[in-house]
Design a binder for this molecule. Structure first.
Ligand code: ADP
Length: 219
């Protein structure tokens, strides 16, 4: 599903080079739920950005299914992000002027997909938010916001979910609920999930834990 071969990423900062990701080789199979852990600054976010086609590696290859992300042009990468990858972040990033339902529908509208109301309703049901479909984000709790963001990430049927500290702003009950949804997706629907987390509880729910240190994934 997702394969990285010898991937490195270096940033230039104040004339100095910082190696954020160093020679990472790994693969994630369909249905796997992988937790990426490690101290702050070890490269988790950078690695997620590379996997999610949000940034380019300096070296190495990244394959999503049979597509070489390292070889694709900007336009093609945008299409891959829109159609094949779902993103979940610590700060939910719902649009405040749209209802929950409209936020969830938005990726489909952007992708030019029509006839999507049933899909949106089914997802809101799946994440336990049917009763909040017409509400605005400002009136939702943190847990509800993250479940809405999850529904939005899933609406286009992505093959890969990239989650950066998805429980970082939630109490343990709400965090647990979000993790259960992610685990269910991986288990039942064969979606690959890669989640960066500081939380030991979150890592425990994953099917595999990758530990990072100084830009490297420890084996
Ligand atoms: P983590 O997510 O594990 O906290 P990051 O991937 O954010 O780690 O950062 C890895 C390293 O790369 C750190 O040393 C960080 O300071 C550096 N870094 C991250 N993003 C940038 C950037 N845009 N410009 C310069 N340095 C960066």
């Amino acid at each position: 599903m997702l394969e990285l071969r010898g991937v490195s990423k270096t940033y230039g900062l104040n004339g100095q080079r910082v190696t954020a990701v160093a020679d990472v080789t790994l693969s994630v199979a369909p249905g796997e739920f992988v937790a990426l852990t490690g101290p702050s600054g070890c490269g988790k976010s950078t690695l997620l950005h590379l996997m999610g086609a949000m940034d380019r590696a300096d070296r190495g290859e990244i394959w999503l299914a049979d597509q070489p992300l390292h070889d694709l042009g900007e336009e093609e990468l945008i299409q891959v992000r829109r159609r094949q990858i779902g993103f979940v972040f610590q700060f939910f990033y719902l649009l405040p002027t749209m209802t929950v339902e409209e936020n969830v529908e938005l990726p489909l509208l952007l992708a030019g997909v029509t006839c999507h109301l049933e899909r949106v309703a089914a997802l809101l049901e799946q994440v336990g938010l049917s009763h909040r479909a017409r509400a605005y984000p400002a009136t939702l709790s943190g847990g509800e916001l993250q479940r809405a963001a999850l529904a939005r990430a899933l609406v286009g049927r992505p093959r890969l979910i990239i989650a950066d500290e998805p429980t970082g702003n939630l109490d343990s009950d709400n965090g647990g609920r979000v993790l259960e949804i992610l685990r269910g997706l991986a288990g039942r629907e064969g979606v690959a999930v890669v989640m960066a987390t500081h939380s030991a509880e979150a890592a425990e729910v994953a099917s595999r834990v990758l530990r990072m240190r100084d830009g490297r994934v420890q084996t």
